[in-house]
Design a protein around this ligand. Structure first.
Ligand SMILES: Cc1cc2nc3c(=O)[nH]c(=O)nc-3n(C[C@H](O)[C@H](O)[C@H](O)COP(=O)(O)O)c2cc1C
Length: 212
């Protein structure tokens, strides 16, 4: 089956998705955003450019971490991800909206860590925004949201559609996660010593230098 796991939007596999964001000038961006952008650009066409690790607290208290595709910025400091509403991570974020994203950009030899909180949007806003993402996905990419509930035992007669066609409304399993970043740490393995910086929203994103 030619289905690729978690394909990128059809607007271009390695380009920023065409989902509109708020108009932002570089002066209205937190100072770590251009650094992240530059590190992403060093990745070139590598998918690592858009793969992030999302850590949540499991309902049993154990940490849980998994890879997701970064889908874009909602605004200056809010990351958008797509997932299945039936997945564990959604239950975990419903219980505890605090999470961490870790973004390794190997070509730039750096790691960004984002302390973030899941936002609860107005239902109309959530629906409008999710639809903007949904229509950008290819039929094959959409199919994943028609698969049986993730993490459940595999049934021998389960139906895994290969495509969900254009014009089909998003199923209830389609979930947009909006994560507002509150703290950022950047570690750069360049030179000696390595360079570690932190920015916190509550401090107006003023940079603090830390021991690596
Ligand atoms: C390269 C890669 C990209 C992935 N992208 C996503 C994604 O964008 N959204 C998503 O929900 N899961 C994605 N997954 C699957 C998750 O890592 C995870 O297995 C799944 O979401 C179930 O996680 P959970 O049971 O902790 O909720 C991706 C996996 C890989 C390997």
């Amino acid at each position: 089956m030619p289905q690729q796991p978690w394909p990128l939007p059809r607007s271009g596999r390695h380009r920023v998705p065409a989902v509109p964001t708020e108009p932002l000038t570089s002066s209205s961006l937190p100072p770590w955003r251009p650094l992240l952008r530059a590190a992403q650009e060093k990745e070139g066409r590598s998918p690592m450019r858009r793969w992030v690790q999302l850590a949540t607290t499991g309902t049993d208290g154990w940490p849980r971490v998994r890879t997701l595709v970064f889908r874009g910025w909602r605004d200056a400091d809010t990351v958008e991800l797509l997932t299945d509403q039936r997945s564990r991570k959604v239950t975990e974020l419903n219980q505890n909206p605090q999470c961490e994203l870790c973004w390794l950009l190997p070509k730039a030899r750096c790691q960004f860590r984002f302390k973030a909180r899941r936002l609860t949007l107005h239902p109309d806003d959530q629906e409008r925004r999710a639809l903007q993402h949904w229509v950008q996905l290819s039929p094959g990419a959409r199919a994943l949201w028609g698969w049986p509930s993730p993490g459940e035992p595999l049934a021998s007669d389960a139906n895994f559609p290969e495509a969900i066609s254009d014009g089909t409304p998003p199923p209830t399993s389609f979930q947009l996660l909006s994560l507002r970043v509150q703290e950022v740490e950047l570690l750069e393995l360049i030179g000696t010593p390595h360079r570690r910086r932190r920015w916190m929203a509550q401090d107006g994103w003023i940079a603090a230098n830390l021991n690596p």
